[in-house]
Design a protein around this ligand. Sequence first.
Ligand code: ATP
Length: 248
Amino acid sequence: AQTDALLEVNNIEVIYNHVILVLKGVSLSVPKGGITALLGGNGAGKTTTLKAISNLLRSERGDVTKGAITYRGERIQDLSPAELVKRGVVQVMEGRHCFEHLTVEENLLTGAYTRSDGGRAIKDDLEMVYDYFPRLRERRTSQAGYTSGGEQQMCAIGRALMSRPETILLDEPSMGLAPQLVEEIFGIVKSLNEKEGVSFLLAEQNTNVALRFAHYGYILESGRVVMDGPAADLRENPDVKEFYLGMS
Ligand code: ATP
């Protein structure tokens, strides 16, 4: 496991509808300033893990029935998403979830709703987001629902940035995007990590791209972590190569 953890997930179990055991004792840690990848195929439990962390399972009849989740050493399991955002943790959901009828800029501004530092700082951060995502600046007055899939993914990440997070939980950023756009988005994640010091936990099915950008990876299979290690080691691991990178 990694040391210097900001976020720690310790042996959690998640059950849906009181009967379906989906996470069977998942442990992982996310250090400050790192990009940590949560890998695994369809249905392995990546989204469930992220939703357990951000306390979004309740509405899907899911419960964390065992284990602990802490951030900076404090239990966060019962916090509302808004309280979690105030502590510095924000989730970007799978499938992007922009408000389709709002403009790109209005979407970004909704990300700042928990802040109390007001006008000037928020304006500066809007500029910061546009500097990272020049396409969003060009599309600032467009209705989000009419922008491309890549732009909506950027908008979702940009909105998360507007809360000035310390850690972003990013669910499947590559989903449905052309390879070139995936590279562009991961490149921006990397520079946000390096320049703004944002820590990331990113769930990805695209092992290849995730292990090129992440520092550390966890591989989930059927609700269990079956392997973890520095990304460079995982990339060279024969089993990872065969089963996840399609090389053998
Ligand atoms: P994907 O990339 O497809 O989202 P994943 O690794 O994120 O996959 P999860 O979405 O966490 O996987 O799903 C893990 C398992 O939990 C799957 O078997 C899925 O069918 C089941 N599951 C997910 N949500 C629910 C729910 N609300 N009720 C019952 N079972 C669920």
